[in-house]
Design a protein around this ligand. Structure first.
Ligand SMILES: CC(C)(COP(=O)(O)OP(=O)(O)OC[C@H]1O[C@@H](n2cnc3c(N)ncnc32)[C@H](O)[C@@H]1OP(=O)(O)O)[C@@H](O)C(=O)NCCC(=O)NCCS
Length: 439
């Protein structure tokens, strides 16, 4: 299999680099840690290692060093489409090189081969109470698949050097099944349909998802699915879902156990739920003014939001200092396809007005939009209007990045993660010592 072949070829050099860092340079200081960081959620402490992606304050996410516009331009596409094949993108994340079209299609074919979802998963989903949150269902379905983990079944018999091979099997099996599971949850929860879904091997990942979701009537949803999964795949390793996958995986829990945990983190309001709040805010504006407001009315509405003590959702970023390229890619997608849609026109006006308002307020370090400012709006356009489902879509995309990280973490023998804690008193003692005059 192509991914196995390529990783095998790269491994000796990577292992040598890590060995050299760990053995010869272990005592070199990377950064210092402040009291503010210890009490402040470990913000920005440089302590995670990944080569899959990096968030650059000036360029946004770089996937294997490549900015989003380049990724979208250079990766192979299915005939007649403008957005790359997800299989080719997975190849890029996993291998760090641009695939040929054949290589991208090979990954797509692997997914088609591995896509069947066992009966017990459907039964389990059907048996859950109607009001169960779609993210709970999604996470449960991943756990229900865990019995099939190659990593878990081989664990006692394989050598450490071979962990990554079992992890790669699980990564491909798991990512292959997620579009079916997500679409099934959507059809079951919002339309009461419980027919098993089938993956069509003649179609790619995005087209399959679009078909299974049943929103293929509005042309372009397969393209949006491809774009959405690519843009939400990875965001270096410190965010909650990626970090959870890494932490749980470091205990050598298999990819199913680790990814289910990552999804539980993604389900939190401070992580994956933000996109629905942004769409909610846009719809509030739309409702209040009975359509797209004037620029002045929007300016006033934005100030009212701030004055009432709320943030403007979809704007600001912890790391980025420019408009999020993931936002720009989605805005361009919408402008090229449905520029006259009211919510897109409104989103564009917000992009014009809100940064000015935030600059005038002077608090936000980055007054520009982030990915969430528009992703729900695009789903809304295609008729996917059940807000609580949006995080499931995010989860399908996020699996691409975190499973690559899992495979490479095992390949490079990344150890159990075990930071050290202090008590409050110890931290106070550190502060007292630091404020003593130097002798
Ligand atoms: C994304 C976000 C959480 C980043 O937080 P951060 O790194 O602390 O951001 P900053 O350092 O720029 O924050 C400095 C101040 O500006 C405020 N600020 C930042 N973004 C703001 C926004 N969109 N609207 C209003 N105020 C904002 C912060 O609340 C903070 O105020 P405080 O000093 O009173 O606590 C923040 O920008 C935010 O809350 N945005 C809106 C919600 C959102 O879009 N979430 C999705 C994230 S991908």
């Amino acid at each position: 299999m192509i991914l196995h072949e390529k990783i095998s070829a790269q491994l000796p050099a990577w292992r040598e680099r890590i060995k050299s860092l760990a053995k010869e340079h272990a005592d070199v200081v990377v950064d210092h840690v402040t009291v503010g960081q210890v009490v402040g959620g470990m913000r920005d402490i440089k302590s995670l290692l990944t080569d899959v992606s990096y968030v650059d304050p000036a360029h946004g996410i770089l996937f294997r060093g490549m900015p989003i516009p380049e990724v979208l331009k250079k990766l192979p596409k299915a005939r007649g489409n403008k957005i790359p094949l997800v299989g080719g993108f997975y190849y890029l994340l996993m291998i760090g090189e641009l695939p040929t079209k054949e290589q991208a299609e090979e990954v797509e074919a692997e997914w088609a081969k591995r896509s069947e979802v066992p009966d017990h998963v459907y039964k389990m989903l059907k048996a859950m109470p109607k009001e169960t949150h779609p993210m709970t269902l999604f996470s449960q379905a991943v756990l229900a698949l865990q019995g099939r983990s190659v990593f878990a079944s081989r664990y006692h018999s394989m050598k450490k050097d071979a962990y990554w091979e079992a992890a790669l099997e699980d990564a491909l099996d798991l990512t292959a099944k997620l579009p079916i599971i997500a679409a099934y949850i959507y059809r079951m929860k919002y339309f009461g349909e419980t027919k098993k879904l089938k993956y069509n091997p003649k179609l790619d990942y995005g087209a399959n998802f679009s078909k299974m979701m049943g929103v293929a009537d509005r042309k372009g949803y397969a393209e949006l699915a491809r774009l959405y999964f690519i843009l939400h795949s990875d965001h270096e390793s410190g965010n909650v879902s990626a970090h959870t996958m890494h932490l749980v995986g470091s205990a050598l829990s298999d990819p199913y156990l680790s990814f289910s945990a990552a999804l539980n983190g993604l389900a939190g309001p401070l992580h994956g739920l933000a996109n629905q709040e942004c769409l909610g805010w846009l719809l509030d504006v739309y409702k209040q003014f009975g359509g797209v407001p004037s620029r002045d009315d929007l300016y006033k509405f934005a100030w009212d939001t701030l004055n009432s003590g709320h943030v403007i959702p979809g704007y600001g970023h912890a790391v980025l200092r420019v408009p999020d390229p993931r936002y720009m890619a989605q805005l361009e997608f919408a402008k090229a396809r449905f520029p006259q849609d009211d919510l897109i026109r409104l989103a564009e006006m917000v992009f014009d007005v809100v940064p000015t308002v935030l600059k005038e307020q002077g608090k936000a370090k980055n007054p520009a939009p982030n990915v969430d400012a528009i992703s729900g709006t695009l789903q809304y356009y295609y008729g996917v209007r059940d807000f609580d489902f949006y995080t499931v879509l995010f989860g399908v995309g996020r699996a691409l990045g975190v499973t690559c990280n899992y495979v490479w973490a095992r390949a490079l023998g990344q150890p159990l993660e075990r930071p050290k804690s202090l008590t409050t008193k110890m931290l106070e003692d550190v502060v007292a010592k630091a404020s003593q005059p130097a002798q």
